[in-house]
Design a protein around this ligand. Structure first.
Ligand code: ATP
Ligand code: MG
Length: 487
């Protein structure tokens, strides 16, 4: 691919002004401006639904703007399509994963631009090219593995490898670390630095404001589709950015700890054991409120009142093609049946509306298709679903990934309220401040074993890390996964 563009350092790579985009009755962007230079890492910050992804999709040719100017290398440009954007050197790593599950890693990386030998796809070059990109990211994923067998984090790494293979001049990363483990995220930030040094312009979107610290040159803040401000990173602070994002001051990160956990055990798990990743539990018992449970499938768990708010909300939590209202009531339609056994549409709507209000879900109406909501608002829909199902225990797996600071606080408050109502809340999180800010006790796992259970009030981040990584000496180790009362 020959880049038809000049490389003069004084001209911004991208300059846009007055960009507007509307979807039916939703104004996603109302007059947004942005400039990105070569070798610059430019962060876009804003709450869920602020318009960040929409703006990036305009730059990468997914959407055409209703109004506004786009200049690439000082030339007015209409970006017609994804392939046109790619020809201009613009590549986007999307917030939602776009891989084809039944193709291999290498096939996905080269999809639509397969290296050929004569009439045929050159499999060897395809494999080698994929391996090189993955190596550059420092990850150990087999290029021949089928994508459906990979974890979400691995899939995200494949997306990133794919973008790297395209030799972008302007690389857009929409929450690239949201499903990555710490080590992979750190390596990715290293790759961002390398690309920056090579003169690539990078637009970086992340709700993990702390990770911006080491990579970002400038930041542009959007709120409700409006352009708010652009600042040099050196001349601003996280507090100022958060203030600009939410339009008010956020003084607290976590709700005050006023609630006391009950002494009664709600969920008890003992000696739980399973070898390998798939397959049923081999030994151990699970008790809910003193009653022994047999859980063979998610259906059994749901029937018993145990809900799982998955980290992969698209695959497991959300019916993306259904409306917000259907999603909220999906797991408990029985409660909406009228005398004849039909679903009472008015009650369904009222229920959905009440959760939309309670959780401040930003959607034009309960009838909106879930896929069209911003990431954070999709997460709230999944939580609403389980609240309506009246679960007794809710397992939150990384519930605030991709969630903005304001909405995070709302989800924390919600978890607190659930616990105060007597619902057991299990929080799985790799965000240590979140773990310590929200929990009463921390169960630390290490290589499939319960390493220790700590009283949150009495421990520090360092101690949790220590138990997670170093672990205990052989003699003081508890028996395999002997998970004593956890709630
Ligand atoms: N294709 C679409 N159809 C209808 N509405 C849309 C569509 N895409 C986005 N929206 C709406 O436009 C607004 C901006 O969404 P966008 O995805 O750009 O937000 P975001 O800033 O990326 O949020 P997040 O941090 O949650 O990813 C939201 O209200 C969203 O629901
Ligand atoms: Mg987004």
């Amino acid at each position: 691919m020959s880049a038809p563009l000049t490389d003069s350092p004084s001209v911004p790579l991208l300059r846009m002004r007055g960009v507007c985009k509307r979807f039916d009755n939703v104004v996603a962007l109302a007059g947004v401006a942005l400039q990105v230079h070569r070798g610059e890492v430019h962060a876009i910050c804003g709450e869920n639904g602020a318009g960040k992804s929409t703006l990036m999709k305009i730059i990468s040719g997914v959407y055409t703007p209703d109004e506004g100017e786009i200049h690439i290398d000082d030339r007015p440009t209409r970006i017609e399509s994804l392939s046109h954007a790619q020809a201009l050197g613009i590549v986007m790593i999307h917030q939602e994963l776009n891989l084809v599950p039944h193709l291999t890693v290498a096939e996905n990386i080269w999809l639509g631009r397969e290296p050929r030998r004569g009439w045929f796809v050159d499999r060897a070059r395809q494999y080698d090219g994929a391996r090189d990109c993955l190596r550059r990211l420092g990850v150990d994923i087999d290029p021949d593995a089928e994508v459906s067998t990979l974890s979400i984090g691995q899939q995200q790494l494949v997306e990133i490898a794919k973008a790297l293979s395209m030799q972008a001049r302007l690389l857009i990363m929409d929450e690239p670390t949201s499903s990555l483990a710490e080590a992979d995220a750190a390596r990715l930030l290293q790759v961002v630095q390398d690309l920056k040094r090579a003169g690539v312009g990078i637009v970086y979107i992340s709700h993990r404001l702390d990770e911006l610290e080491h990579i970002v040159d400038r930041v542009t803040v959007l709120r409700d589709g409006h352009y708010i401000a652009t600042r040099s990173w050196g001349e601003t602070s996280i507090n100022e950015i958060v203030g600009l994002m939410v339009g008010r001051e956020l003084t607290q990160q976590f709700p005050p700890a006023t609630r006391l956990p009950s002494a009664e055990v709600l969920l008890r798990v003992r000696g739980l054991r399973r070898e390998g990743v798939f397959g049923p539990v081999e030994a151990g018992e699970i008790e809910l409120a003193g009653e022994r449970l047999t859980i063979r499938s998610p259906r059994d768990a749901i029937a018993a009142g145990i809900a799982y708010v998955s980290e992969d909300r698209k695959a497991h939590g959300l019916a993306v093609k259904m409306s917000v209202a259907h999603n909220i009531t999906l797991a408990n339609v029985g409660a909406l049946a009228n005398g004849l056994g039909f679903i009472d549409a008015t009650r369904e709507r009222e229920t959905a509306e009440s959760f939309i209000r309670q959780l401040d879900i930003r959607t034009p109406s309960p009838d909106q298709i879930a896929r069209l909501l911003s990431g954070g608002n999709q997460q709230k829909v999944v939580i609403a679903k389980w609240l309506f199902r009246q679960a007794r225990v809710i397992l939150f797996d990384e519930p605030t990934r991709g969630i903005d600071v304001g909405a995070k606080y709302a989800i924390y408050e919600l978890m607190d309220q659930l616990a105060a109502q007597g619902i057991g809340v299990v929080l799985i999180s790799s965000d240590l401040p979140e773990v310590l800010g929200m929990s009463d006790r921390v169960a630390v796992f290490r290589q499939g074993e319960l390493a220790s259970v700590l009283e949150t009030r009495r421990c520090t981040q360092q101690e949790v890390m220590h138990h997670a990584s170093v672990g205990l000496t052989e003699s003081s180790k508890p028996p395999l996964a002997a998970l004593e009362p956890i709630l």
